[in-house]
Design a protein around this ligand. Structure first.
Ligand code: LMR
Length: 397
């Protein structure tokens, strides 16, 4: 059966890490995979996570299966975090959460759920996170692309995006990034989110809000604006949530699929389909990361510590944005990279052709994801000049 199987190319994002690790150059720079890094280039375990993990291990009495919707306490804690404790969506019982193996598991389950209920297509703004396409098409959905970002203006092309959205109807799903758009760093404004909510209410399409960087833009409340607005205004919303970045739980594969329905009975009915689809796939999610998140969010002191650490991480990434933009100015790149200081989250797109990207890697040891996506966490005081010099060199006429 497998005699003629050919080797596949490495993953466009995860494969870059291996290339970087194998590069012997001491001044190499990793701007690839989306993980947080501190000034030393390491991805630390958050203090709140380490403390919660110790508590979880100390309290643990069994490794028997968890309930099908995940670690006890995880779902309600995540719902409170996303919607806020005073949310009318929550008090009406309209939201239901299922723990998933990371944000990827949530997306796959969301795609399968929409497919199982007769979705005609899923529409993505271009560009999007490269893994959205294989993940959601593997869930059986027909994918359509519409424009999202204007690479010349380094900004959202809202008119073009709206023109694409205006064609959607009740059987269509629209994928949106809740905050910290991956790969562009260019988010919809609150006014633009309001416009999309109005269009969804009139046209009946289902928004699927991918929320993988909650807390990395402004703060946990402001970053949940899209989710809260859609849930207040629309009868149905799907949300995929990742705890990889904001809890630093990458390898613990901790995420959630959340459904908001018109009423509590409907939310429970749809949740039962989500857990049934999961049962056919991976059965139940891994418990450890979910237990850590539940422990943090059920303890006021741990929650305060975690919020503080998350806010520090977000501030550092914003600081790196300003550092890169300022250094580019100092190198005479008049406004060429100034847009980076205005964007949000870990990523922005550098205006580079494929040849220039290759030159950045081969000649200068700067590792950037295809299409020009950089992870701002990889920028620091020690390497920013090398990065800007390389950019200037690679883009010189
Ligand atoms: C990224 O975009 O780099 C991260 O979400 C990691 C991944 O799985 O691609």
């Amino acid at each position: 059966m497998f005699a003629d199987t050919k080797l596949l190319p490495p993953d466009p994002i995860l494969g870059l890490t291996k290339l970087f690790q194998d590069d012997p150059r001491p001044d190499k720079i990793d701007l690839g995979v989306g993980v947080y890094r501190d000034i030393n280039g390491t991805t630390p375990i958050m203090k709140a996570v380490a403390q919660a993990e110790a508590n979880v291990t100390a309290k643990q009495t069994t490794k028997a299966y968890t309930p099908t919707d995940g670690a006890p306490g995880f779902g309600p804690a995540i719902l409170d975090l996303i919607f806020g404790k005073d949310s009318e969506t929550l008090s009406a019982g309209r939201a239901a959460a299922v723990q998933t193996p990371g944000g990827c598991g949530a997306l796959r389950l969301a795609g399968e759920l929409a497919n199982s209920q007769g979705a005609a297509s899923l529409t993505l703004g271009e560009p999007t996170w490269p893994n959205h396409v294989p993940l959601l098409s593997a869930a059986g959905l027909k994918l359509n692309s519409i424009p999202y970002y204007d690479r010349d203006a380094n900004a959202v092309d809202f008119e073009a995006f709206k023109a694409g959205v205006s064609k959607l109807g009740p059987k269509d799903v629209l994928l949106l990034h809740g905050c910290c758009h991956n790969p562009t760093g260019a988010d919809l404004s609150t006014e633009q989110i309001d416009e999309i909510a109005t269009m969804a209410a009139a046209q009946g399409f289902l928004p699927l809000v991918d929320t993988a960087y909650h807390g990395f833009s402004k703060d946990l409340d402001a970053d949940a604006y899209m989710v809260r607005k859609f849930s207040a205004d629309l009868p149905e919303v799907l949300i995929t949530y990742s705890c990889s970045k904001n809890f630093g739980l990458y390898r613990e594969r901790t995420g959630a699929l959340i459904y908001v329905g018109p009423n509590a009975d409907n939310a429970l009915a749809v949740k039962s389909h989500a857990t049934s689809l999961a049962r056919r796939n991976y059965s139940i999610p891994p418990a450890h990361g979910g237990a850590i998140v539940a422990e943090i969010l059920s303890d006021a002191a741990l929650t305060a510590l975690w919020r503080e650490e998350l806010s520090e991480m977000a501030k550092r990434v914003q600081g790196n944005r300003r550092l890169l933009a300022r250094t580019a100015e100092n190198f005479g790149l008049h406004n060429q990279l100034s847009f980076i200081a205005e964007q949000a989250g870990m990523f922005s797109l550098l205006p580079l052709t494929d040849d220039q990207l290759r030159a950045m890697r081969d000649e200068h040891g700067v590792y950037i994801v295809g299409g020009g996506r950089i992870n701002l966490c990889g920028v620091n005081e020690n390497n920013v000049e090398h990065l800007v010099r390389s950019f200037k060199n690679a883009t010189a006429p």
